[in-house]
Ligand binder design. Structure first.
Ligand code: BGC
Length: 444
């Protein structure tokens, strides 16, 4: 297969993705309120070497040079997220004019450079004030979120035409409310189920609000997904893999498509009904214009008697002795093909766009250059799988690399580097990696 940009067709969208908390820094200036991440990073031993996103890539102050760099690398679509607490320091109530001003400047300069903005409304940085009222555990979040979305669309919707409501709801509900390893650090099955239902409600509600303000907008939302396979062909492992598939791939897309929650494989999930009110099921459904797929790897699952609720566990890539990235995720590009096939098999599924894909490797600076052949290989191999799916008829419209700049990788701090551009966090110097030049050339 000849991998060229042309093979994907003229309309195929090529871009890069970032998220506010991971790059902006400027965490407490110009009227910004605290987010749950600003608070979570202050707790000891939650984040690798107690790193935090206070400064991150200082994108808030350096967005001009970063956008020019993006332009020079031929990138014409930029997915970024808006920090809710920069717009509404308390989550609701007073608008912070400096926050509006920052995103206005970012959007205007992008457009001036011919870069189309793709805006995610929520990439995990909930205003801390709302967390104090329960955050995603409080059903009122549907209205709080709707109010914030309306403000964003009213202020930016004249120029922003592509919106994504949530970033990976399953991930922030699981890591933030079940495992407690991400903000706000809560642990428990009931927290997880409540957060999941409220996120699903907010997702459809947010999309409705965007459309009600501007009907010509393109509206989507994004889902994490991993290709799941059983460890052996034993029945028990197959059952375990099916359960993992529900959690990793099906839990949030199915209610959105009007299929309800997939509760039949995992008994405990039925408990979500506790949080469901009359009419909710109908409200969970929304016809998105596109679905964002975010895939990085596959997971091998085996039966595990002692794992509560699931009796299933991931067989780590390390134990399987396969090639991994710096996240210890298996390098398995075919996962992308499998996920495109899986999602496109749903009835009434809208077109798919790959809103994130990429890899962290231990990059090193030598002679002021960063040579990262493994990342180039990863991107090429994954794109081949995207093309394979496309040629088999999957309606996939675009591909965004995660990510533009090395950044704050949540609980892993600054250690894993995912960027096409290397960032020296001591002096904020940017160095385009070989992969950045490769991508620039590929999408030219
Ligand atoms: C998230 C990003 C994250 C990336 C790599 C995705 O789950 O949306 O914020 O940095 O994966 O871990």
């Amino acid at each position: 297969m000849l991998l060229t940009k042309e093979a994907f067709g003229e309309d195929f969208i090529w871009g890069v993705s970032t998220a506010a908390y991971q790059i902006e820094g400027a965490h407490n200036i110009h009227g910004k309120g605290l987010s749950i991440w600003d608070v979570f990073v202050q707790k000891r031993n939650k984040i690798f070497q107690n790193h935090n996103g206070d400064i991150a890539c200082d994108f808030y102050n350096r967005y001009t040079e970063d956008l020019y760099l993006m332009y020079r690398l031929n990138i014409r679509n930029y997915r970024f997220s808006i920090s809710w607490s920069r717009i509404l320091p308390d989550g609701t109530g007073e608008i912070n004019p400096s926050g509006i001003d920052f995103y206005n400047r970012l959007i205007d300069l992008s457009l001036e450079l011919g870069i189309t903005p793709w805006v995610t409304l929520y990439h995990w940085d909930l205003p801390h004030t709302l967390d104090k009222k329960g955050g995603w555990l409080n059903r009122d979040i549907k209205e709080w979120f709707g109010h914030y979305v309306a403000i964003c669309v009213t202020h930016f919707g004249d120029r922003v035409k592509n919106w994504m409501v949530l970033n990976e709801p399953t991930v922030f509900c699981a890591t933030g409310y079940f495992f407690g390893v991400h903000a706000p650090g809560k642990k428990g099955i009931d927290y997880f189920l409540a957060a999941t239902h409220h996120a699903a409600l907010a997702q459809a509600h947010g999309a409705r609000i965007i459309k009600s303000i501007q009907n010509d907008n393109t509206v989507g939302t994004t889902f994490s997904c991993s290709y799941v396979e059983p460890f052996t062909t034993r029945e028990k492992d197959i059952v375990a893999a099916k359960k993992a598939d529900v959690l990793l791939n099906r839990l949030l897309i199915e209610p959105l498509l009007g299929m309800g929650y997939p509760t039949s494989e995992i008994k405990i999930l039925k408990r979500i009904e506790k949080y469901i009110k009359q009419n909710d099921e109908k409200d969970l459904k929304f016809d998105m214009d596109f679905i964002g797929i975010q895939n990085y790897t596959r997971e091998i699952i085996r039966h595990a008697t002692f794992v509560p609720y699931l009796q299933a566990k991931i067989v780590s890539a390390k134990d399987r002795k396969v090639t991994t990235t710096a996240m210890n995720w298996e390098v398995y590009p075919e996962a992308m093909y499998q996920m495109l096939k899986k999602f496109s098999a749903y009835q009434n599924i809208p077109p798919l766009t790959i809103t994130e894909n990429g890899a962290a490797f231990p990059d090193r600076v030598e002679n002021n250059m960063v040579d990262d052949p493994k990342r180039i290989q990863y991107l090429q191999d994954t794109l081949e799988q995207v093309l394979r799916a496309k040629q088999e008829g999957v309606n996939v419209k675009g591909y965004f690399v995660w990510t533009f700049l090395d950044n704050f990788e949540w609980a892993e701090g600054y250690q894993p580097r995912f960027g096409l551009v290397y960032v020296n966090f001591q002096n904020q110097q940017r160095i385009v990696k070989s992969s950045g030049n490769w991508y620039a050339n590929f999408i030219k």
